[in-house]
Design a protein around this ligand. Sequence first.
Ligand SMILES: Cc1cc2nc3c(=O)[nH]c(=O)nc-3n(C[C@H](O)[C@H](O)[C@H](O)COP(=O)(O)OP(=O)(O)OC[C@H]3O[C@@H](n4cnc5c(N)ncnc54)[C@H](O)[C@@H]3O)c2cc1C
Length: 385
Amino acid sequence: MDFSLTSEQEKLKNIAKEFAEKELAPKARELDKNPVFPRDLLKRICELGIGVGAIIPKEYGGNAIGHLARILVNIEIAKASAFMGLALQTIPIGLWVLLHFGNEEQKKKYIPEVAKGEKIACLAATEPTGGSDIANVNTVAKKVGNNYVVNGSKVFITLAPESDVCLFTAKTEGGVSLFVVEKGTEGLILGPADEREGLRAAKVGGIRFKDCKIPEENLVGKEGQGLRAALKGITEVGRPGNIAMAVGISEAVFEKTVQFLKDRKFYGGKALAGLQGIQFTLADMYMEIEASKLLAYKVGWLLDQGKTGVEIGKEIAATKAYTSEVAKKVAFKAISLCGAYGTLPGFDLIRYLRDALETDASAGANNVCRMLLGKELTGILSLGG
Ligand SMILES: Cc1cc2nc3c(=O)[nH]c(=O)nc-3n(C[C@H](O)[C@H](O)[C@H](O)COP(=O)(O)OP(=O)(O)OC[C@H]3O[C@@H](n4cnc5c(N)ncnc54)[C@H](O)[C@@H]3O)c2cc1C
């Protein structure tokens, strides 16, 4: 077992850290207050070779840096601004699905521009009546001649109003299928963004289809493969992205808190950080963050060994739920440790807490990950009770 990173992975992590600290962090508070998705910053991240194309092969405009490297860089980005972590979590999901289920024409047409950050893609699976029950698809794609006519709606889609390309699940005669559609298609309504408390600049919102006519060549894979395709993307790309976002939030909160407690002095000039009661809480936070990080790295490493989401669903689900729970807990404890300062907007801890709360539902709610784990551990899928 070797815990060291390669020199290439170290290099990419440092590039991400430098960019995040210099270019993202100074804008994060303002973008939370007045949310606008900064396409220019996303493009810059992609130009640095650490963005949307991280795990996409070079022949389709990607950087092929690997899954562990993607997790390393996404942690650095999320430390500075978690909403950009969410963008890097979700935009590549659709690309991954196209890569594995699309035909050559679709891959060449849609992947390169998105991988380079020139266009934005979303994957829309969640429905108002579905939520965690991703198989409960009520959006319908009816075959009419050489087209499909789509009606229905999706909710909570990251970057919905910003998307140039949208992959979505819909019910067809052959079962749940996956389609790709471009912005500007008649009957496709992208957005508006919801009023959200966390990850605000990631512009999560709804999508509606109103007699939206889509040519049959926009079917990705075969009819009936839609759920398998979406789940592959969510498990192998979405969940690891969420894991990185949660670890980034935990690390950022921890560093800010330790610094504050070292700087804050009274009781005759003693730093709060020197009090044993405070140190015990910091020690607990550190233990959980370190465990989160190691679990996150292991998920990236396993994916780099060529393991599929089906093969390592247990490790991915456990890590997703754990890292998200730790991020929520760490942010909550940090606010308490910093007293009244912890709740000041200028201190950012409340922002990180709001963002941490969003890591639960996204990419398969933590309880759904627990349900998947339960099935792996016992062989019994428990949906009720
Ligand atoms: C920031 C953010 C970004 C998102 N981006 C996208 C996106 O790009 N594309 C997309 O398709 N979707 C996206 N989603 C939606 C996300 O996939 C859903 O929120 C998620 O599937 C949960 O659905 P729900 O919110 O309707 O919660 P529900 O399914 O209603 O769940 C409510 C609660 O019940 C729990 N629960 C559900 N089932 C079980 C069970 N069997 N046993 C025990 N507890 C259970 C859940 O854990 C949760 O705590 C995003 C969500 C967020 C918050």
